[in-house]
Design a protein around this ligand. Structure first.
Ligand SMILES: C[S@@+](CC[C@H](N)C(=O)[O-])C[C@H]1O[C@@H](n2cnc3c(N)ncnc32)[C@H](O)[C@@H]1O
Length: 356
C-alpha cells in the first residue's frame, strides 16, 4: 500500500498561508479554468505556440479585452498560462486542462453535476441526505433520476462513471472469463457496458443485469441495438428493498463501482443478501477504486474527492472507501476475501470473495 499524503504539514507557515488561499479561491480558479477551456482561450493558446497578446487573444476568441484580461490574470496565478513580455503561452497544466481525458471528465462532472449542489454540503453532512440534489429535482437519491437529469449533467455523470470503470473492463473481462463461468449476474450493471463486452467475448455466456427499473430502460436500448437480447437478461430490482433477494444459480456475481453507492450498513445488508444466493462454488467479484491501493497520489486525490458528491448529490450516506474499511464490511457479512488484484485500468481493484 502507498503512503499517500504523508508529506502533509511539512511546508513553512508562509507556504501554508498561500495553500489556504488556493483553497479559499478554488471555486473561482476552477470556474476561470473551465471558462478558459469552454470559451476557446486555451485552444487558441495551444494552437499558437509562438504566444498571443491580450488583443490577439480577444480577436481570436471573439471576446472583449476586459474578459480576456480577467481570465488570463487568474490563469497566470494558477499556472495555466505563462507570460513573456506582452505575450501569453499555455503551460503544461493548461495543456492537461485542454486535452487530458481524465481532467476533462472530472471538470465536466464537477461543473455540471456537483458545483451548485455542493453549496449545501453542511446541510447534507448534518442530515445524512443528499440536499444538493434539489438543484435538479425532488428525489431521495440520484440513481432513479440518472436517465432524466438535465442533458449536460447526465452526459457528464455517465462520462465520469464510464471513464473510471471502462478502462478496467477489458482486463476484468479476461480475469472473469479465465474462471470459465457460464452464468454471470451483473449487479448495478447500469447502461449494460460491462455485460455487453463480456457477452460479446464469449458467445456461450449468459449474463443477467440487475439494476433499478429506471436504469434498465437505457440498458435495454443498448443491448437491443447490439443484438445481444438472447444472451443478456434484465432483472429490475432495488437491492435495498426487503422483498428483493438475489437470484441463485450464478457462477459469478459481479459488482463494479456499485457498493460505493451505499452506506456501510447497506453494504453489509446487500452482501448478506448476495451470500444467501451463493453456494461453495459461487465467486463474488467486486471491482472498486480504493484510494489507498492506487499507484499514484493523483488517483488517490481524485477518488477521495469523489466522496463529497455522494454526500451532497447522490444519497447522503455513501463514499469511496479505504480498502481496510471495506474488507471489514465483507467480513461482517460472513464472506471472505480470497484474492485482491490491483491496478486494473486507471484505478480499479478486484476483490475475489467466497462464502466464509
Ligand atoms: C456508479 S453506477 C456503476 C455502474 C457500472 N456497474 C460501472 O461499473 O460503471 C451504480 C449503479 O448502481 C445502480 N443502483 C443504485 N442503487 C441501486 C439499488 N438500490 N438497487 C439496484 N441498483 C442500484 C445504479 O442505477 C447504477 O446503475
Amino acid at each position: 500500500m502507498n503512503p499517500f499524503f504523508n508529506d502533509n504539514d511539512s511546508v513553512s507557515a508562509l507556504e501554508a498561508q498561500y495553500n489556504a488561499q488556493r483553497i479559499a479561491f478554488a471555486p473561482i480558479v476552477f470556474q476561470v479554468a473551465r471558462s478558459m477551456r469552454d470559451l476557446g482561450v486555451l485552444k487558441a493558446l495551444y494552437e499558437h505556440k509562438e504566444g498571443l497578446s491580450i488583443e490577439a487573444l480577444a480577436k481570436e476568441t471573439n471576446l472583449s479585452t476586459y474578459g480576456i484580461t480577467t481570465l488570463i490574470e487568474t490563469s497566470l496565478s494558477a499556472d495555466i498560462v505563462k507570460q513573456k513580455g506582452e505575450l501569453y503561452f499555455i503551460t503544461k497544466t493548461g495543456c492537461f486542462l485542454l486535452n487530458d481525458p481524465m481532467t476533462i471528465a472530472n471538470m465536466n462532472y464537477n461543473h455540471h453535476v456537483n458545483y451548485q449542489g455542493l453549496f449545501s454540503l453542511d446541510e447534507a453532512i448534518k442530515s445524512g441526505k443528499p440536499t444538493g440534489l434539489k438543484v435538479f429535482g425532488e428525489w431521495e437519491t440520484i440513481y432513479p433520476a440518472l436517465s432524466i437529469l438535465p442533458e449536460n449533467a447526465k452526459q457528464s455523470w455517465f462520462t465520469f462513471d464510464h471513464f473510471y470503470s471502462d478502462s478496467a473492463f477489458p482486463e476484468a473481462v479476461k480475469k472473469l472469463l479465465s474462471l470459465k463461468p457460464s452464468k454471470i449476474l451483473d449487479v448495478g450493471g447500469n447502461t449494460g457496458k460491462f455485460s455487453m463486452l463480456i457477452a460479446k467475448s464469449d458467445k456461450a455466456l449468459h449474463v443477467t443485469i440487475m439494476d433499478l427499473p429506471e436504469q434498465l430502460a437505457l440498458a435495454r436500448e443498448n443491448i437491443e441495438k447490439a443484438g445481444l437480447r438472447e444472451q443478456i437478461d434484465l432483472l429490475p430490482a432495488n437491492v435495498l428493498a426487503p422483498k428483493h433477494s438475489f437470484p441463485k444459480g450464478f457462477d459469478i456475481i459481479w459488482m463494479s463501482q456499485f457498493l460505493d453507492c451505499f452506506s456501510e450498513e447497506e453494504i453489509v445488508n446487500i452482501l448478506s443478501k448476495a451470500k444467501e444466493a451463493m453456494n461453495e462454488q459461487t465467486l463474488l467479484c467486486i471491482m472498486e477504486p480504493f484510494w489507498d491501493r492506487q499507484r499514484f497520489e493523483t488517483s488517490a486525490f481524485c477518488i477521495i474527492n469523489t466522496s463529497p458528491y455522494f454526500t451532497a448529490m447522490a444519497n447522503g450516506c455513501s463514499k469511496m472507501y479505504h480498502s481496510k474499511d471495506f474488507i471489514k464490511l465483507i467480513e461482517m457479512a460472513g464472506l471472505k476475501v480470497d484474492e485482491i488484484i490491483d491496478h486494473l485500468g486507471v484505478c480499479q481493484s478486484i476483490l475475489k470473495i467466497k462464502r466464509g
